[in-house]
Design a protein around this ligand. Structure first.
Ligand code: DC
Length: 237
């Protein structure tokens, strides 16, 4: 996958679409839709932070131990394999996809992501994965840090209440997470939002040239239509 320097002018390298936004805004759904519509690979960078958080848990490394986490990163390999229904995630060659959505891993992912060395390592890996273009990459810092020259940048947002409800409905379908009540899901989401938006290094924020798509009062079909129109408009320029 490594193919020359990342971050060079994207027009020569194939299309790069960056989708950023807070948890529960619908990034994955939009990213998958755009990937399918425009024949692109969909790469979920959050899954990489989640897989690394899982590794930290398994290795009994504390999420606030920056030095130990950096050492752990040096001996970790992460790969994403885009599938029609999301990414298959390989941690040190092992498929861990089914283990990444638990509340504990979700919380730990947000905590490991505040460390500058971990972010630098992740960003490098993500730039490698997207260096050929032809990708929709979703996360928190894709349009600001990973691919600041992306052809299209969408910042997907929605009110905390709506995001909490959507996330509850999503996780409620997973038996292992059924124990979580809507209030608990909303509380976790707010805590994670706070951390993702207020961390010192590449906090969650829209790139200056991102199109902001607020889905609070839109149906899913409307959101997908808007997102598609944003891409078509950018391609026509
Ligand atoms: O998108 P997600 O919910 O799977 O992301 C899990 C955590 O990973 C999120 O709380 C913050 C972190 N993350 C990040 O800091 N930067 C990214 N590009 C993607 C995710």
């Amino acid at each position: 996958m490594i193919d020359g320097p990342a971050n060079s002018a994207p027009s020569r390298r194939g299309l790069i679409i960056a989708i950023d936004g807070p948890a529960g805004a619908g990034k994955s759904t939009v990213a998958r839709h755009l990937a399918e519509r425009f024949g692109l690979l969909n790469l979920e960078t959050g899954a990489m932070y989640r897989a690394f958080a899982l590794k930290a848990q398994r290795s009994a490394v504390a999420v606030d131990d920056a030095v130990a986490l950096s050492q752990l990163a040096a001996e970790t390999t992460l790969a994403l394999e885009p599938q029609p229904d999301g990414n298959r995630v390989l941690l040190d060659g092992q498929d861990v996809t089914a283990l990444l959505r638990s509340p504990a891993v979700t919380d730990a992912a947000s905590r490991v992501s505040v460390h500058p060395q971990i972010r630098a390592w992740m960003v490098r890996r993500q730039q490698e994965l997207g260096s050929r273009g032809g990708v929709v990459m979703e996360g928190r810092d894709i349009g600001t840090v990973v691919f600041p020259h992306a052809d299209v940048k969408i910042f997907l947002d929605a009110s905390p209440e709506v995001r909490g409800q959507r996330r509850f409905e999503q996780t409620g379908t997973t038996a292992s997470q059924h124990t979580h009540l809507p209030d608990e899901v909303a509380k976790e989401l707010r805590a994670r939002d706070e951390r993702d938006r207020n961390r010192a290094i590449s906090p969650l924020r829209p790139a200056e040239d991102a199109v902001i798509l607020d889905s609070t009062y839109l149906t899913l079909a409307e959101v997908l239509d808007h997102a598609e129109a944003i891409v078509r408009e950018a391609l026509a320029r």
